[in-house]
Design a protein around this ligand. Structure first.
Ligand code: NAD
Length: 499
């Protein structure tokens, strides 16, 4: 292990090796080859990262907004130029197919493009003559040091949801990426420095719970963005807000697709296949439950048949539909849930638990799996599986389908497939889920909207991806000024107040 690559930290503008002896292997999930080791940053390294982010804030907040915007423009161009290279790192450490990995990078680039429009998003409001010769106007100002804690499944897109918007607003940022695939964001960070990011504006630390706890408790951290599982999201929201910080936590999901009998059958089948097992089911917006209404239940066997033709494989093979699960533990967890589904009486139409790839027998493979006759009381329905497993349910009416979806504790995404405008309108209006697709299986909004999970899929007040990020990452300052004739004569320099 002498020459094993170590994933560096990014502290105060330098990529540096951690002094920690506590390390984790970063593994190719198709071969188990160890690609690198990631350190759990020491407490001292955490403190230095946070204090140098604080130091960098003092000058970064004074940097003209147009300069901050131009940094994002240059960063976006560099990301585009290196898109394939970044995607390849994702393929290596996470096992995604090249197409999925490119999508991961591209969705992140879109946020950077959005961040390049920061000046108009930061504009305040003005009302003249709120009283005689008194005007009120507001500014948005950055908060200070903000932090992000990200999951394994979108190692480019989710860090890019966070730090570009926070930094464009004038904050500095401490990022703790997933310890399972930390290499992708390190390449992204190199490009951020190459784009001209000043020293200390972005810090990257690695680790797990201890490092996250330091972030949650540190008085200099003003706002925390988290994306990951429900138990961790709840913990981070509770502990962060207990420390009186702003926290937004995007959490797990169980997304339903409602299939009406008037939908286009072939579209339903094609979309269900991609949305349920695509990306190995490791997407927070994956469709994991299909609710067939009325006669559409007759299509269930054909969905199973279509799924049986999907074969996972390695990213180097263009024919691979999806890759392995991120880790051996993730695979074991999915297999135990498949087993549980069989025990609790769901009909297993397709069982991928025995799947193995002939050329990569060490891979964390799970083949496409489908259960029918699933009921809301079943464990496989209640728990997020986060693997290539589709559950099918059958109900008699759209009202019944709505009842199932609305009783589910999660509310990240959902979709309805129908040719009826009335059914689509009723569903979009009554469903208690934050992101709704009509004849679209995975309705992820672009960053000029917000990513709007509801209920158990989100803890916080503002969905600070995209549009609302400015509200999350800034404070509003409202000024009410009385103008004397003399001030007005001095014009905008107002030297009178600086004497
Ligand atoms: P995870 O919750 O295990 O880890 C997320 C982050 O939290 C990682 O950086 C990890 O190091 C850290 N962490 C883990 N345990 C911790 C603990 N006990 N205390 C403090 N920090 C801890 O999630 P994951 O497995 O990496 O990602 C998959 C999950 O993320 C799924 O549940 C998925 O639905 C969810 N997700 C949600 C969204 C969304 O927008 N709602 C998007 C992507 C993924």
């Amino acid at each position: 292990m002498m020459n094993m690559k170590q994933v560096p930290l990014l502290i105060n503008g330098e990529f540096c090796q951690s002094q920690s002896t506590n390390k984790l292997d970063v593994v190719d999930p198709a071969t188990q080859e160890v690609l690198a080791q990631v350190p759990y940053a020491t407490d001292q390294e955490m403190q230095v990262a946070i204090s140098s982010a604080k130091e960098a804030f003092e000058s970064w907040k004074e940097t003209p907004v147009s300069e901050r915007a131009r940094l994002m423009m240059r960063f976006g161009m560099l990301l585009k130029a290196h898109q394939d290279e970044i995607a390849q790192i994702i393929c290596q450490e996470l096992g995604k197919t090249m197409e999925d990995a490119k999508g991961d990078v591209w969705r992140g680039i879109e946020v950077v493009e959005h961040a390049a429009n920061i000046p108009s998003m930061l504009m305040g409001e003005t009302v003249e003559n709120v009283a005689r010769k008194i005007d009120t106007y507001s500014y948005t100002q950055p908060l200070g040091v903000c932090a992000g804690i990200t999951p394994f499944n979108f190692p480019a897109m989710i860090p890019l949801w966070m730090f570009p918007m926070a930094i464009a607003c004038g904050n500095t940022f401490v990022l703790k990426p997933s310890e399972q695939d930390p290499m992708t964001v390190m390449r992204i960070a190199e490009l951020f420095l190459e784009a001209g990011a000043p020293k200390g504006v972005l810090q990257i630390v690695h680790g797990g719970k201890d490092q996250v706890d330091t972030i949650l408790d540190h008085p200099e951290i003003k706002a925390i963005s988290f994306v990951g599982s429900v138990p961790v999201g709840q913990y981070i929201y509770r502990r962060g807000t207990e420390n009186l910080k702003r926290v937004q936590a995007f959490a797990g999901a169980k997304n339903h697709m409602v299939v009406m009998p008037d939908a286009n059958k072939q579209q339903v089948i094609n979309n269900l296949v991609g949305a349920s097992v695509g990306a190995a089911g490791q997407r927070c917006m994956a469709i994991s439950v299909a609710v067939f209404v009325g006669e559409s239940k007759d299509w269930i066997p054909e969905v199973g048949e279509a799924l049986s033709k999907v074969s996972p494989g390695v990213w180097q093979d263009e024919k691979s539909a999806y890759g392995p699960q991120v880790s051996a533990q993730a695979k074991e967890r999915i297999l135990s849930l498949i087993e549980k589904g069989k025990q609790e009486g769901a009909s297993c139409l397709l069982d991928g638990s025995e799947f193995t790839h002939p050329d990569y027998p060490q891979g964390n493979w799970v083949g496409p799996t489908m259960f029918a006759d699933v009921t809301p009381k079943m464990h496989i329905y209640q728990e997020e599986i986060f693997g290539p497993v589709l559950l099918a349910m059958h109900v008699e009416s759209l009202e019944d389908a709505l009842e199932i979806v609305n009783n589910n504790p999660y509310g990240n995404g959902t979709s309805i497939f129908t040719s009826s405008g009335a059914a689509a309108r009723k569903y979009q209006h009554e469903v208690e889920v934050g992101q709704v697709g009509i004849n679209i299986p995975i309705p992820v909004p672009l960053p000029f909207f917000s990513f709007t999970g509801w209920k158990g899929s989100f803890y916080g007040d503002q969905h600070a991806y995209g549009k609302q990020a400015v509200r999350f990452y800034t404070e509003t300052k409202t000024i009410t000024a009385r103008w004397f004739e003399d001030d007005i004569a001095h014009g905008p320099n107002m030297s009178i107040h600086l004497k």
